[in-house]
Ligand binder design. Sequence first.
Ligand code: ATP
Ligand code: MG
Length: 256
Amino acid sequence: MAKIFCVANQKGGVGKTTTAVNLAAGLAQLNQRVLLVDLDPQGNATMGAGINKAELQSSIYEVLLGMADVATARVRSETGKFDVLPANRELAGAEVEMVELDNREKRLKDALGVVDAEYDFMLIDCPPALSMLTLNGLCAAHGVIIPMQCEYYALEGLSDLVNTIKKVHAKLNTDLKIIGLLRVMFDPRMTLSQQVSSQLEQHFGDKVFKTIIPRNVRLAEAPSYGMPGINFDPSSKGAQAYLAFGAEMVERIKTI
Ligand code: ATP
Ligand code: MG
């Protein structure tokens, strides 16, 4: 059975997509079979995996509306060595069109169920909103990975996300847990980063992943080459950190 995780945080630009793409590539390097699910109309995870979002035959949009299945819509990331259920801006329309459908928050869960046996991991890259799309991600997943920047406003909004996860757990998906908080774009030279980082450890204890992802320009450059940072520059600090995070994830899920 595949382990399914959402990478979620309703704040924009906090490193969700970078985390989803590089964790997918990191797990693939550990010989895990991975499906990366792009649940964001921006299609950044799709592009970051080296797939042209403008040239998709079908996408997650058709899958959510029941017009295609995952096996038809998925594409291979040749650079990252994992499969991608791709997205583009069409997906924005799904939010509205799903309103009329039964069980609309469970459309993704049902669709992924069909290919479950083919993967060890499915990683869902969520959009920066607590929307119907994110709700579909949370209903499909066993757990949530929350990337966070260690800055003053980082904790603001975290309670909304945690409350949403609690509600989904209570009403829609009893499997759902917070797997952990991942500190990303970390700058050790900033005192504030250090302070927020230790606050996170105090509040959330072992829910904070040990691996810390540094701010590293190679991770930011990689998407323009259609490659995960891990494959683009394997020796960079960012790539090394995401590889370590992949190994930490494999260890952590043994305990849940
Ligand atoms: P959105 O909310 O728009 O979906 P996101 O949370 O998915 O954004 P990303 O797209 O992963 O965030 O990252 C935002 C920007 O920061 C991107 O330009 C990305 O390349 C850059 N970035 C992410 N992580 C790092 C890092 N560790 N070091 C340097 N730059 C990074
Ligand atoms: Mg994103």
